[in-house]
Design a protein around this ligand. Structure first.
Ligand SMILES: C[S@@+](CC[C@H](N)C(=O)[O-])C[C@H]1O[C@@H](n2cnc3c(N)ncnc32)[C@H](O)[C@@H]1O
Length: 459
């Protein structure tokens, strides 16, 4: 049973949660087990990942290290992609992503990052895990879901966010992930929880997704779209998959206005940050909003979802944790208790946290940018276009602004409509897209790698 949310966000100042102990949206206590993992489960998870890392073959370690080649590239520079990876570069990127994530997910699970994302800062006093939970609760609210909704999770990690969505709103979630290892973990957890979620092992760059159209009540992406080659094409695909009136919620990394492509220090920061956060593409707030709108969605809000627009407090926490862990593990390697590859992996993984923190504090980049959009309920009978795109006061995408090029579109000065129940942008900004204000009466709406193996589905 759904109950009214106790959470309220403040427009313009990031999401300040009024009631930090906001209750689960779903009242069935059995679902609560999918919420914050207790210390025992965290220790078991960490120990399991530790064993997997210890037993990696030399080839797996080599593949992991070699996979970093993709983070020196960008989807926007097809020539560099082709020169480096060959004409079938999409498949090569997919293989690198599988090699990378099949190891990375275990390194992250040793720490607080079993869900592999630094969340928006929503509560400065709380841990990364609690902030993740707060963020996921806000997704469940802002999607305005019906009872027993069908949800799509793109880049679904180990399915822990999906499980949380089931616990919150009784959702049946379909998760998509390129990495077999994470999919196996997601399915095992799903079975353990007795949930009915489905997990598909495939490269989401192989569009269309093997899913029927018009079946989903909502879709979310948490920090996976820099791995998406064709964001406009993905948005069109999501438009196909969603029911009319259904919403999408994205959280992702972007390059902000203050970032100067020609500034040598900014270039150096970018070169160091992309491998650390595992980003291939470099979207901007404007390019992403334009791509969403160009697919026919109405963009309801967009902005930085962290309090004061800064994630640094949580990035510093994660950086500190991995520095301490690294030194402890070095000791065990020196004592001959762990294989030397631990050192190789950790050196690569924990490198350049300082660059991430610096760039976040300078507001050059963020990984907590958020977009909320809705598929119009009505489609114009004659043109087949969403009615909203035919309204002169409605979504306007500037010519040529729909892109995945990472280039900012010029700002029109028009700001987005903020959803008071949704993540409230700290820096809700102009996007080059004008979205119509809502009238006061109108409710604010507010496996090995599948790129090699093909899609596989299970529930
Ligand atoms: C940075 S993590 C984001 C956190 C993730 N949403 C979670 O819940 O842990 C990116 C996720 O997207 C997945 N992924 C990366 N590239 C992908 C692709 N091309 N197709 C499908 N999944 C992909 C990764 O395996 C990983 O689980």
């Amino acid at each position: 049973m759904l109950r009214e949310t106790a959470t309220q966000a403040t427009v313009g100042e990031g999401r300040s949660l009024e009631n930090e102990k906001s209750p689960p949206l779903h009242e069935d206590a059995t679902y609560d087990r999918a919420r914050t993992p207790g210390p025992l489960r965290r220790w078991k998870t960490a120990l399991h990942s530790f064993r997997v890392l210890r037993d990696l073959s030399p080839e797996q370690v080599r593949n992991f290290m070699n996979s970093y080649v993709i983070y020196n590239l960008d989807w926007a520079d097809e020539k560099a992609m082709t020169d480096t990876l060959g004409p079938d570069y999409q498949k090569k990127v997919g293989e690198c992503l599988s090699d990378y994530y099949s190891v990375l997910n275990h390194m992250c699970s040793i720490g607080e990052l079993e869900k592999m994302y630094i969340p928006p800062v929503m509560d400065l006093q709380s841990s990364i895990i609690v902030n993740q939970e707060r963020y996921e609760e806000s997704i469940a609210k802002e999607l305005h879901l019906p009872p027993k909704p069908r949800l799509l999770d793109l880049g679904c990690g180990r399915g822990r966010v999906a499980a949380h969505m089931t616990s919150l709103v009784g959702a049946r979630v379909t998760g998509v992930n390129i990495d077999h290892d994470q999919i196996a973990s997601a399915r095992a957890y799903n079975d353990q929880m007795n949930f009915q979620n489905d997990f598909i092992c495939m490269d989401f760059n192989d569009l269309p997704l093997p899913l029927p159209g018009g079946e989903f009540d909502g879709v979310y992406n948490i920090q996976a779209f820099s791995l998406c080659k064709d964001i406009p094409g993905m948005c069109r695909e999501l438009y196909r998959l969603l029911k009319p009136g259904a919403r999408l919620s994205f959280l992702d990394w972007v390059k902000l206005d203050a970032f100067d492509d020609y500034h040598p220090h900014h270039q150096d920061l970018m070169r160091r940050i992309k491998p650390l956060i595992g980003a291939v593409g470099t979207p901007t707030p404007e390019s992403m909003a334009a791509d969403i709108a160009s697919a026919g969605f109405k963009v309801l809000s967009n902005g930085n979802a962290s309090i004061d627009g800064l994630q640094a407090p949580l990035i510093e926490r994660a950086d500190w944790y991995f520095k301490v862990t690294r030194h402890l593990l070095y000791g065990l390697v020196r004592a001959g208790l762990l294989p030397a590859h631990f050192r190789t992996l950790l050196d690569r993984f924990a490198k350049d946290g300082a660059a991430f923190i610096e760039a976040d504090r300078a507001r050059l980049i963020t990984t907590s940018y958020h977009w909320l959009a809705e598929k119009p309920r009505e489609v114009h009978a004659v043109s087949g276009l969403p009615a909203s795109t035919l309204d002169p006061d409605s979504v306007v995408v500037e010519a040529g602004s729909s892109s995945n090029s990472g280039k900012s579109t010029p700002s029109s000065g028009a700001s987005s409509v903020l959803d008071i129940e949704s993540p409230s942008p700290a820096n809700s900004d102009s996007t080059g897209i004008s979205v119509p204000p809502l009238s006061p009466e109108e409710p604010l709406k507010t496996e090995q790698p599948s790129s090699r193996a093909g899609a596989e589905m299970s529930s």
